[in-house]
Design a protein around this ligand. Structure first.
Ligand code: NAI
Ligand code: HPV
Length: 387
């Protein structure tokens, strides 16, 4: 039986991809072979020796110490794009909520007293307080044109907005999907200075932490709306609060509550709902469960965030999956150890990504324990599995 430890609310549709006759799946389990999670924070959590794979049923992996898992030869998988439509829809909703002052107006309407005639009179007298502005004709800046950013940009153009984007690492795939009417900003500052709405769709990492700082907020247009459905750390919260207080920003729409933001009347704070739709939860859980299963059962790696794609069709016999540091002479030493044991390699695939390399080797006979131990002892070998 393979054991999968789950954190968070993982969609049943995904868990069902792990058949119960071969998998034990539970939120408390000893010696797990794999971990499936959403936003649970794994930083500081010791990595059980038994763990061979981690699956993030979502996009962001900043809650996982990926580098530590790499050093242990453990691939981390995510579900790229699987929740992007859900986030896109909430971003569009966020722009509308801010532009039409919908939350304040709703709060006002809910506290109205008296009969229908009295309500009508009060509404017609007060509604001017909530008058807003339209999205059509306004300019949206999209920082980060990945799965979510591209969808937001394209949807906004079809709402009649002028859209510009900035992404120094734009992939060919994203470029193909992006509407040709989306303008290309020359830099972050160039993007930020010219927009009525700025929406952030970059991962949180050392390069993006506090990307939207006081200096950048100060070059935004007066009355602009900032939307953050990426991660709290990308924005410098105290500077945003100052800008809301001074009226420099009309509103801050974000998906990451903090004590200070929750109490600000111009901050529209949602409880991390971007990916919380039935569809997105299913898409993410199914995608990542399938990937983790293919890795556990076949050693194949597809769309990991720290390992190369390595997929080899299965032949009869025994398969070895070996993760190692991406340094010279590794494949030679590994195949040499197999040759010393008179083992015949049927098929072999080796790929690298950054500091990590991964090799799949198919053999027609069992590998003796001493040969496996020899391979495990080669300097630079991170993990060895017999599959
Ligand atoms: N609120 C929520 O529930 C959700 C939040 N997210 C957050 O949104 C982020 C983006 O998600 P996806 O679009 O699916 O990821 P993605 O990986 O498809 O796109 C990220 C894009 O950001 C770009 N990028 C990276 N550094 C940049 C920089 N310094 N400046 C400009 N662009 C930069 C990359 O080139 C890439 O195109 C996730 O990492 C996660 O933090 C994702 C899903 C749900
Ligand atoms: O996919 C992401 O990056 C998200 O932020 C979604 O988080 P969640 O799976 O809803 O906890």
């Amino acid at each position: 039986m393979l054991k999968v430890l789950t954190y968070d609310n993982i969609s049943v549709a995904g868990l069902e991809r792990l058949p119960r006759d071969r998998y034990e799946v539970a939120s408390e389990i000893q010696h797990p072979d794999a971990i499936l999670l959403r936003s649970h924070n794994l930083h500081g959590v010791p990595i059980p020796e038994s763990v061979k794979a981690v699956g993030r049923a979502g996009a962001g992996v900043n809650n996982i110490p990926v580098a530590e898992y790499s050093k242990r030869g453990v691939p981390v998988f995510n579900a790229p794009g699987a929740n992007a439509n859900a986030v896109k829809e909430l971003v569009i909703a966020g722009m509308l909520l801010a532009a039409r002052n919908i939350c304040e107006a709703w709060d006002y309407a809910r506290q109205l007293e008296g009969g229908d005639d009295a309500i009508h009179r009060q509404v017609e007298k007060t509604k001017k307080k909530f008058a807003g502005f339209e999205l059509a004709g306004k300019t949206l800046g999209v920082l980060g044109l990945g799965a979510i950013g591209v969808r937001v940009a394209n949807a906004a153009t079809s709402l009649g907005m002028h859209v510009s984007g900035y992404d120094p690492l734009l992939t060919v795939e994203s470029a193909w999907q992006l509407s040709s009417s989306v303008a290309r900003a020359a830099s972050i500052d160039d993007l930020i200075a010219k927009v009525d709405f700025l929406t952030l769709h970059v991962p949180l990492n050392d390069q993006t932490r506090h990307l939207v700082n006081g200096a950048r907020i100060s070059i935004m247009r007066k009355g602009a709306v900032l939307l953050n459905f990426s991660r709290a750390g990308i924005v410098d919260d105290p500077r945003v609060i100052e800008a809301l207080d001074s009226g420099h920003l009309h509103a801050y729409v974000c998906d990451f509550p903090s004590r200070a933001m929750l109490s600000h009347p111009r901050a529209l704070v949602l409880p991390h709902l971007g990916a919380s739709t039935v569809e997105a939860e299913e898409n993410c859980a199914v995608l990542v469960a399938d990937r983790v299963r293919d890795f556990l059962e076949n050693g194949n790696i597809r769309y990991s965030v720290n390992f190369p794609d390595v997929v080899m069709s299965r032949t009869e016999g025994v398969r070895l999956g070996i993760a190692n540091e991406n340094v010279p002479k590794m494949v030679g030493q590994i195949s040499g150890a197999l040759a010393d044991a008179n083992l015949n390699i049927l098929d072999l695939l080796n790929k690298s990504r950054g500091e990590v390399a991964y090799t799949l080797i198919d053999l027609n006979t069992e590998v003796p324990a001493e040969t496996l131990n020899h391979i495990r002892g080669i300097k630079g070998v991170l993990s060895v599995r017999v599959i």
